[in-house]
Write a protein that binds this ligand. Sequence first.
Ligand SMILES: [Zn+2]
Ligand SMILES: [Zn+2]
Length: 334
Amino acid sequence: MTDLLQTKWHRLGWQGIELTVPEEWNLGGIGGGQEEGYLRIQDAEMARVELKWATSTGFVNIDAAVDGYLKKIRQDRKQSKDMEIDTDASVVSKRKMRKKVLRGFSWRSDMHGLGAAWYCADCKRTFIAQVLTKPEEDGPALAERVLAGIKDHPTGGWLRWATYNFDAQVPEDFSLTARKLMAGHIQLTFKRDVAARTARSIMLQNLVVPEELTLARWGMAGTMLKNKTLQQWAADEMGTRLKRIKPELEPTETNGHEAVHVSATNLSLQGPLFRTIARFAEVPYADRIRGLIWHCPKSNSVHLVQMLIDYTNEQLLSEIASRFHCHSSEDAAD
Ligand SMILES: [Zn+2]
Ligand SMILES: [Zn+2]
């Protein structure tokens, strides 16, 4: 049995929530959005962390949240009789969590569940988080470390999206619209729809294409690039992604690695007219395709940042690429 407190831990991030957990624990389930949602983190065998949140308006009743949650656990585990429950356990301190309203709880059956519920006055949401541990593990120490490491809202305007060696940051006004979470390949797609958000006219919403951002990481770069240069691989990949649009590919360097810069313009027949209207209405007109693809030999991965953006936002490409982490100093040298 490995002592999880002694193993390597890593940072996970989703939808502006971040936490640090043992390296074998990763995102298993995701639901909802900023207002209300949940995350489930699991190891190879079982769920390890469950985190739920909901926007709270008016009076916040943390005690009722804990009671409701424990009632549900009792029902789910069908162990109402021989389950030991403590509805006011000291799992993590208010000081460590930097919260004024917080309550801990724990329960024990074949597993040991330890958690806390709190209200965050900054993001106006109520959270309930639980760490599941096995009887042979040091549950209280594990739970305290996981819970104390939770950051429940983003700071600085960037959201971190991190799991399974994928570790990126995206400006917070881009929302997630699609995701692929596979063992060797993770891809997240985001949109920033200024025209829709500010409730501008329907006409404007119809002609303005939202800005779009795609971030992807492939593991096993060695296999992917076995008989191809990065430039050839990038040409094939971009061909599939852009279909009829032919991009220009230029060799460059990103995060200290060999890279390919991608650029193209996505202009329809009515493009010039729509673009003029969008400029006049001061909304972004997303007609520039810009991308960076780089190979990180240290982590044996290929990374892609692809954007469809307004020409005034082109600098975002290098900002996002520099925040898309590919290797750490601990990774083996190439
Ligand atoms: Zn918060
Ligand atoms: Zn790297």
